[in-house]
Design a protein around this ligand. Structure first.
Ligand code: NAD
Ligand code: DAU
Length: 350
């Protein structure tokens, strides 16, 4: 029996990782630690909450004492650390929150692991989940590899870059067994509708304007969230301590092409005339410091650990749109209350 801590398990990617581990490893005790911020939602885990090998703990990684007690109580064998403030636009409005959670929260977890594991860490692992945004922005050519120099531009990516450096520094300085993976943009079910794909599904459904930043020419490399969860499983079990693995879908889209595809798919699904939803496209003021292009080279992960993405983007996008249309109650629930205030603040001035 191993006890694994998953932080941020009530969020978008975390909930998929918790679900995969709880179902696939009945001999692991999975402890999901989450503060339940606006982005954390226990409804994301309804299907596993009764499982005997699953436990939820409400807690804040910024509280170092609480993290130490948690590690002392559970004696974790492994940590998969996803808890973070994750939205770039929010990091532009409130950078400090990102320093607390992403930097200090990560250091608190590293300190707790170090204090409890001491020299007894042969079969232990601290696995930190990071992003391709730490590498900065690409021009028309090239891809991010594991050796690309860090060059973050947003407060979000700067805070993630800082946390990555701390994780590696604890490995080099204290011998803490750590691993880092850097992934491209995820899409799929249970994503909070502040991010492009679920936000635009929600707006198309409700015939609201689709706020495209700048000219819509920025490029993102989209990966099915369940493929990210599978990659995390493979890396957690087979990755080499001290290494970094890039995870990506080789699936680049300009925002505007992606948005037009979503409009066409949703016109068909909602029985609207072809071209109707595209009329909702509204070009708005660009995001400050907006990175032009991300593209991940995941050759190392594919060659060394045998992971490959399982689904074509067009199919994954259809499934994603179906999920949000079929789960209107979930969407209504997360877009009530504070969401309206956020939306007003974020988009009324653009
Ligand atoms: P999310 O915002 O959906 O979820 C974050 C979770 O962390 C929420 O459940 C939230 O309640 C929890 N949390 C936030 N602050 C906390 C705190 N102080 N203490 C405890 N829990 C706290 O994020 P996501 O999109 O699922 O991203 C998860 C991780 O993956 C993040 O580290 C992010 O940087 C990384 N990542 C995300 C993407 C993406 O496309 N979404 C891509 C690459 C990497
Ligand atoms: O690359 C990985 C990263 O992907 C993760 O580390 C982040 O946690 C995650 O939020 C995501 O960051 P992005 O900024 O790329 O994702 P977002 O969905 O916010 O935006 C995708 C693109 O769409 C980006 O170029 C900005 C644009 N956009 C976004 C929103 C919300 C718009 O044009 N209009 C919008 O309203």
């Amino acid at each position: 029996m191993k006890t694994i801590l998953i932080t941020g398990g009530a969020g978008f990617i975390g909930s998929h990782v918790v679900r995969l581990f709880v179902n696939k490893y009945p001999n692991y005790r999975i402890v999901n630690l989450d503060k339940l911020t606006y982005a954390g939602n226990l409804a994301n885990l309804k299907d596993v909450e009764e499982c005997a090998n699953y436990e939820f703990v409400k807690g804040d990684i910024v509280n170092g004492e609480a993290m130490l007690s948690l590690f002392r109580q559970y004696q974790f064998d492994g940590v998969i650390h996803l808890a973070a403030e994750s939205h770039v636009d929010r990091s532009i409005s409130n950078p400090t929150e990102f320093v607390f959670t992403n930097v200090i929260g990560t250091v608190n977890l590293l300190n707790a692991a170090r204090a409890i594991w001491k020299d007894n860490r042969d079969d232990k692992l601290f696995y930190h989940i990071s992003t391709d945004e730490v590498y900065g922005s690409l021009g028309k050519e090239g891809m991010f590899t594991e050796t690309t120099k860090y060059d973050p531009h947003s407060p979000y990516s700067a805070s993630k870059a800082s946390s990555d450096h701390f994780v590696r520094a604890y490995c080099d300085t204290f011998g803490l067994p750590t691993l880092v993976s850097n992934c491209s943009n995820n899409y799929g079910s249970y994503q909070f509708p502040e991010k492009l794909i679920p936000l635009f599904i929600h707006n198309i459904r409700n015939k609201k304007p689709l706020p495209v930043y700048g000219k819509g020419e920025n490029i993102r490399d989209w990966l099915w969230v369940e493929d990210h969860a599978r990659a995390i499983d493979v890396i957690f079990h087979q990755g080499t301590v001290g290494e970094t693995y890039n995870i990506g879908g080789h699936n680049e889209w300009t925002n505007i092409d992606l948005i037009k595809l979503m409009c066409a798919v949703m016109d068909r699904k909602l029985g609207r005339a072809s071209g109707e939803s595209e009329k909702l496209i509204t070009y708005v003021k660009d995001r400050a410091g907006h990175d032009l292009r991300y593209a991940i080279d995941s050759t190392k992960l594919q060659n060394e650990l045998g992971w490959v993405p399982s689904i074509q983007f067009e199919e994954g996008l259809e499934k994603t749109i179906d999920w949000y249309l079929d789960n209107e109650a979930w969407l209504e629930n997360v877009t009530s209350g504070d969401y309206q205030k956020y939306y007003e603040e974020q988009y009324s001035k653009r």
